[in-house]
Design a protein around this ligand. Structure first.
Ligand code: E4P
Length: 225
């Protein structure tokens, strides 16, 4: 499962990239609003930092299919290789997806709340479909199960589309989808750094180091022995 950062704050992105194995960055209009400034200044700084080997998912913001396609071409032109255009899985969005597919522009179908949206997005040629796990949970549905159902639909129909699970509020939601083998998940820096942060783990590591210091002396490591 690929793991992406769902944020646009460059310092947070740099911190996650320094410590964790991640595959790219996803943004949406709300995320860009939270950062402020000019969207393409923010996005270009992220692209320069993560490099062209990392995926970057950026949402088209027009309301019509034609506008979404124009946005897509513009975003690609500005952000280059390995940029996927997020297209909302709504009526105008599906129309845009078919045009993008015919132009060989890669896109991620976003705002997915139902399995059949996922099915239509895959038929329209999406590289990814992004179900909103926590938002579904908040509506009283089982977000993880919806993502699993969409994954099953893709497998049963031999679609190449992968899940890009989004909208997480805890590690458990991510763990469930990781075990199921979905293609990708995107989560906030807090969720990602929280995946392995645990006082029990830290204390176990600290005990090892304290014992080693007692053996060889304070501040010494293997290379000093
Ligand atoms: C993904 O495509 C969405 O933009 C995003 O992950 C939504 O997350 P939120 O529910 O935390 O806003």
């Amino acid at each position: 499962m690929k793991l992406l950062i769902d944020d646009a704050h460059i310092e947070q992105i740099k911190k996650i990239y320094e410590f964790y194995p991640v595959d790219g960055v996803t943004t949406n209009p709300t995320i860009l609003y939270k950062v402020g400034g000019k969207p393409f200044d923010v996005l270009k700084e992220i692209r320069e930092f993560i490099g062209e080997n990392s995926e970057m998912h950026v949402q088209a913001t027009a309301r019509t299919a034609e506008g979404m396609v124009e946005d897509a071409r513009f975003i690609l032109n500005r952000l280059g290789k390995n940029t996927l255009i997020k297209i909302p899985a709504i009526e105008e969005g599906f129309k845009a997806m078919k045009i993008l597919r015919d132009e060989n522009i890669k896109f991620t179908a976003t705002a997915i709340y139902t399995p059949m949206q996922g099915f239509l997005a895959a038929k329209a040629g999406a590289s990814y479909a992004a179900p909103y796990i926590n938002r579904l949970d908040n509506l009283g549905y089982d977000g993880v199960q919806v993502a699993k159902d969409i994954h099953d639909i893709f497998c049963a129909n031999d679609f190449e589309t992968e899940i890009l699970a989004a909208s997480f509020k805890n590690s458990q939601q991510l763990l469930e989808l990781c075990k199921y083998g979905v293609g990708a998940a995107t989560a906030s820096p807090d969720i990602i750094s929280g995946l392995a942060k645990n006082k029990v783990v830290e204390s176990a590591v600290e005990d090892f180091l304290t014992d080693f210091s007692k053996l060889v002396g304070e501040g010494k490591t293997m290379k000093d022995c």
